[in-house]
Design a protein around this ligand. Structure first.
Ligand SMILES: NC(=O)c1ccc[n+]([C@@H]2O[C@H](COP(=O)([O-])OP(=O)(O)OC[C@H]3O[C@@H](n4cnc5c(N)ncnc54)[C@H](OP(=O)(O)O)[C@@H]3O)[C@@H](O)[C@H]2O)c1
Length: 326
């Protein structure tokens, strides 16, 4: 089978297509033929060697969400059968024609979604829902979603509304991305590259201010996030797509208005509170089924052109999800 990986850190051209054996699978695993493979921003940072939690061991093939068809199951797998279409949460060695994963990491592919859209039910869409749950978004609140046109961001903009937010403000780095965020239901979209973005967000929020901020960009922006929070507001930090791996220290005094700063990590949630993680999947599926969340695919790129897919994310041109198609 074909697999895409990199043997060094560097620009997208380090991604190479190679031949490899199909992955083996154990008694509790499922072998899946991939139809669509999600491309995450973290894949780009790992390729560059700048991932905030450290560079991956080489050679490296990303772990990401895959949708496809079951071709074989291990002896102890009862829930899935060959021929069934499924979504695999964070499959290892995922930029490949086949992936093997524990059955516990699979969901049946829901009717009404194509494989590319369904990849968002893996990690990416779940992160968006759990960020909002971590922030305890309540009916009538105002939510600010940074990078609201990104893969996680565009789901978060829609899910915030579905969870009862009265006002959703997105930030995005280009006019097209801001139009896109508004088309998904954001009441306002602000350019976070504008140094005055906190004022623009405050104007859009009105007198009640911002109750919740979701920030996966990080860096100095976090300091301004705290400033735009209303009393009792909550900031959830979940990534550093802006590239600042150091991250600023948030002054304790800025939290005196009963503000809270929280971190979110999907692996931690899954490891420590699996039941809560399950609830997030059910919630997201419900939103997709009732049409309140619409996954958007920006581009379907052939697997062998993975470098082009990475360029879309690295050059900040993607709106919604980019997938690879074997
Ligand atoms: N905590 C967790 O469990 C968890 C799980 C999955 C992913 N993540 C993190 O979530 C974040 C978003 O992931 P995603 O897959 O949704 O990414 P994405 O679709 O690429 O969105 C990231 C956005 O960040 C913005 N950005 C700001 N500075 C950037 C820069 N220097 N280079 C590239 N983009 C920049 C861009 O939006 P604008 O152009 O609008 O600025 C871009 O669209 C990443 O930091 C990722 O590592 C965290």
């Amino acid at each position: 089978m074909r697999i895409v990986r990199h043997h060094e850190y560097g620009p997208s051209k380090v991604l190479v297509t190679e031949e490899a054996e199909r992955p083996g699978y154990g008694p509790e695993d499922v072998l899946v033929r991939a139809e669509a493979i999600g491309v995450d921003h973290a894949d780009v940072q790992r390729r560059l060697g700048t991932f905030p939690l450290g560079p991956p061991p080489l050679p490296y093939c990303p772990s990401t969400d895959v949708a496809g068809t079951v071709v074989a199951v291990g002896d102890r797998v009862g829930d899935f059968t060959p021929g069934q279409r499924v979504v695999v949460w964070k499959a290892r060695n995922a930029y490949a024609e086949y992936v093997a994963a524990p059955a516990a990491h699979l969901l049946p592919l829901p009717e009404g979604l194509d494989a590319a859209e369904a990849t968002l039910l893996g990690s990416t869409g779940r992160v968006a829902v759990h960020l909002l749950r971590t922030a305890r978004v309540a009916e009538g609140e105002t939510v600010l979603v940074h990078a609201g046109a990104g893969a996680i961001g565009h789901i978060a903009v829609q899910a915030a509304r579905a969870l009862g937010a009265a006002r959703v403000i997105a930030t995005a780095g280009s006019p097209a991305k801001r139009d896109f965020a508004r088309s998904l239901g954001a009441d306002a979209a602000v350019d976070h590259r504008d140094p005055d973005w906190p004022e623009r967000v405050a104007e859009a929020a009105g007198p009640g201010g911002v109750d919740v901020v979701l920030d996966g960009v990080g860096g100095r922006q976090l300091l301004d996030d705290v400033k735009v929070l209303a009393p009792y507001g909550r900031l959830v930090f979940y990534g550093a797509s802006g590239g600042d791996t150091a991250q600023p220290a948030i002054p304790a005094l800025s939290l005196m208005g009963m503000r809270q700063v929280m971190g979110f990590s999907m692996p931690t949630l899954l490891g420590s509170r699996p039941a809560e993680a399950e609830e997030g999947v059910r919630l997201l599926l419900g939103f997709v089924r009732d049409g309140s969340v619409r996954p958007v695919i920006h581009a379907r790129v052939p697997l062998a052109e993975a470098a082009r897919a990475h360029d879309l994310l690295e050059e900040r041109r993607s709106m919604g999800r980019v997938v690879l198609v074997p």
